[in-house]
Design a protein around this ligand. Structure first.
Ligand SMILES: [Zn+2]
Ligand SMILES: [Zn+2]
Length: 252
């Protein structure tokens, strides 16, 4: 309860600060930097080029359903993923990639606000005990880069929803190479044992929403869901800014 109050206060202070900033600087398009009318939005051209995915699709993985599917796609029916619900704001493409890269390497933290604005409506109904858990980086990578972009996005989502962010529930205990180009079995093997749930974290019976910037194969998120559920989480969702859709569909 106290946490929630502190959060609300912090959120009020940060919106005040932001309004002051917004007053001083004209809002710019998150995609190309053109001056736009509204904060955390896009110009007409970038808006057109972004492929917003929306809340629909398979109730679990969020991918488009075939005419013959009811609530779930054939893949999720055949082998339900460990993640209970996966949603992403946009399809991975030139602009969505550039936004994620500028946050990650260019530290344009204002972009996390823009990302969270379009991720927020896709969260769905969440129980009161939900917490956001950013997909952790290995500490060497964290030292190298200085920050975890998923933490910044999770904090922005928290500001919009009041759902707390937990930074110590999940740890990445193994460095993993990029999963690109590996097949499903190789990816699974690579991420196996990479994450560990903190035994001190109160995960039992709780809903966890993993937060990531880009969802590619889903293997990393799946490995996170596995340890969180083993530690007692009753439901694990994933929300990301962008996701790879199309021919290289997810194998969970
Ligand atoms: Zn633009
Ligand atoms: Zn599905």
């Amino acid at each position: 309860m106290r946490d929630k109050k502190t959060m609300q206060l912090r959120s009020a202070v940060s919106s005040l600060f932001r309004s002051a900033l917004d007053f001083a600087l004209p809002p710019r398009c998150g995609g190309c930097g053109t001056v736009v009318d509204e904060t955390d939005s896009f110009c007409a051209d970038c808006w057109q080029s972004l492929d917003f995915l929306g809340p629909g699709g398979c109730s679990r993985c969020g991918l488009p359903l075939q005419a013959t599917d009811a609530e779930n796609c054939a893949v999720c029916l055949a082998r339900p993923p460990r993640l209970d619900r996966i949603r992403a704001a946009v399809a991975y493409g030139d602009i969505s990639r550039s936004i994620a890269m500028r946050l990650k390497y260019g530290r344009k933290v204002a972009l996390a606000r823009t990302m969270s604005r379009y991720m927020h409506p896709l969260l769905g109904d969440l129980p009161a005990d939900t917490m956001f858990v950013p997909v952790p980086l290995h500490r060497w990578r964290l030292w190298g880069r200085g920050f975890n972009q998923s933490v910044i996005v999770a904090r922005e989502l928290s500001r919009r929803t009041g759902v707390p962010v937990s930074l110590d529930s999940l740890r990445r205990v193994k460095r993993t190479p990029p999963l690109k180009g590996l097949n499903l079995r190789q990816r699974r093997r690579t991420v196996a044992g990479a994450f560990r749930a903190n035994p001190q974290a109160e995960l039992r019976g709780r809903t966890v929403v993993l937060v990531d910037d880009v969802l590619t194969t889903g293997s990393t998120a799946d490995a996170c869901a596995r340890v969180l559920k083993r530690a007692g989480a009753s439901r694990v969702d994933l929300i990301s800014w962008a996701r790879v859709v199309g021919p290289s569909r997810l194998d969970l």
